[in-house]
Design a protein around this ligand. Sequence first.
Ligand SMILES: Cc1cc2nc3c(=O)[nH]c(=O)nc-3n(C[C@H](O)[C@H](O)[C@H](O)COP(=O)(O)OP(=O)(O)OC[C@H]3O[C@@H](n4cnc5c(N)ncnc54)[C@H](O)[C@@H]3O)c2cc1C
Length: 533
Amino acid sequence: MTGQSYRSCKRLDEHFDAIVIGSGMGGLSVASLLSKAGKKVLVLEKHYIVGGYTHVFARDGYEWDVGLHYVGQVHIDGTPLQKVFRHISNDNLKWAPLDDVYDRAVFGKKVFEFVRGKENLRAKFKGYFPAQKDHEAIDAYFGLLDEVSNLGVGYYAEKVIPPFLADIFGPMLRRKVLTYSNRTTLDALRSLTDNQELIGVLTMQYGDYGMLPSKSSFYMHALLANHYMDGAAYPVGGAGNMAATIVPVIEEGGGAVLFNAGVKQIVVQGNRAVGVEMEDGTIIHADHIISDTGVIDTFSNLLPAEVAKKHDLQEKLKHLTPSQAHIGFYGGINESPESLGLPRCNYWIFDNEYDHELSGGNFKSLKDNIPVAYVSFPAAKDPQSQVKRPGRSTVEAVIIVPYDWFSKWQGTQWQKRGEEYEQLKKELADRLMEKIYRVAPQLKGKIDTFEVSTPLSTANFMSHAKGEMYGVAHDPERFRQPFLKPYTPVKNVFLTGQDVMIASISGALMGGILCASAILKKDVLGQINKTLK
Ligand SMILES: Cc1cc2nc3c(=O)[nH]c(=O)nc-3n(C[C@H](O)[C@H](O)[C@H](O)COP(=O)(O)OP(=O)(O)OC[C@H]3O[C@@H](n4cnc5c(N)ncnc54)[C@H](O)[C@@H]3O)c2cc1C
């Protein structure tokens, strides 16, 4: 078991340098970075397991991840991302590359392969779209991605420089990013081509940020596409190994990571945070309070109402929308990935429709065609899966849905939501299995156990009230908000995680790096980059 139960912890009357609320990648990364800088850090996680979206759950001898399917750049020696993961895990977290073809987009009977390496990918796209004007559009698209990859520095700098400097220099530092983030993905693509099929393929990874191209910011799309350009990897030992390798670093630094440890509120005296009040009323003191629960939750629930009012925090939140929720299918098969011939890649399954706006717009209820379904095989991606659970394979499927479709069951209890809900879950399981069999027909009749999660499961286990998969939605408006940074208007209260940067494991990690940089008043990333060879 990673971490320690809150109930058995005897150190609650100690004074900590920092308390981190939430143990997702944003929480664990900042906790590890501060611990390595000599701080005593306490991480408090509400769930009964540590890791946030990197936690895993086990049932009937199988194990599934819940929010990590692939991470880019970590498998390439010397990338800053790989170095940071090495640093925060004391070199204990290892990565296994996926196949060279890491994503497959299935449109009807056609399959488009996303292959590792920019030039390989460009050549693939040009092979699929042989017309000269499509080649020009593809080159222009890669050109745009290159432009975006070179302009983040000012944007990150604004988030960590002291707030009074950010007020003065922020608009200038942000300016270049805004030229890309103010456009929607669809708008950017339409400026390059009117070939709907090409647009459909180039934007097929929209599920990775959970927002249709007409609504999402092109900056998010470009960051994501660049992130996976050199392929992707999966944590050796499974997603649970992320927390398992990072938590000991926090403990070695004199800190602790506690589960079953729900925080009720941040304790603020004057305009200064001095600690947290736990759900059971216990007060724990610290110099810095860092929230990984998301900006909406932090401003609406964790900070006392009068403090939020004083700083107009609800006004700020009016610019943000929670991201969409999801339904997950988790299946187990009593055969090895090898004997089943399961690939180490992800499938994105569309019907015949290349126009994501049309298929997304027509998705008005769970009875309608599913615009996109994600399918992959986690046990195949993890080289240790056959050591831990020999002769067993896993399959997962995800679809994106609005939370509202499930709000009528809000307030019901997990596993006691009633007959109608259970029936709906059964129907969803059948529909998702159909999607799975489209790309892995060999699994037909072999899935011997399965579980379905709904947005209510996310709200229940992850405490994301609207079942958000990706924190705050990645529309252009989000990127215009200067308050999405580690500093908050309340002294000693900081934000970390995906809302500080962008959704994804690396985005949440980056949130942790920026937060540690703000607290330590150091360029943490620059330092790690220099020290680790
Ligand atoms: C289905 C799915 C698939 C995904 N796949 C990928 C992928 O393949 N690659 C990728 O890079 N990203 C992926 N993501 C996105 C990625 O998982 C997230 O962006 C990232 O993990 C968010 O990390 P975080 O630290 O910001 O927040 P979280 O992981 O959400 O952590 C927040 C933590 O705070 C805790 N908490 C909340 N309230 C309290 C409280 N009051 N007291 C104590 N604790 C509290 C929660 O329980 C939770 O553990 C996926 C997400 C989903 C949902």
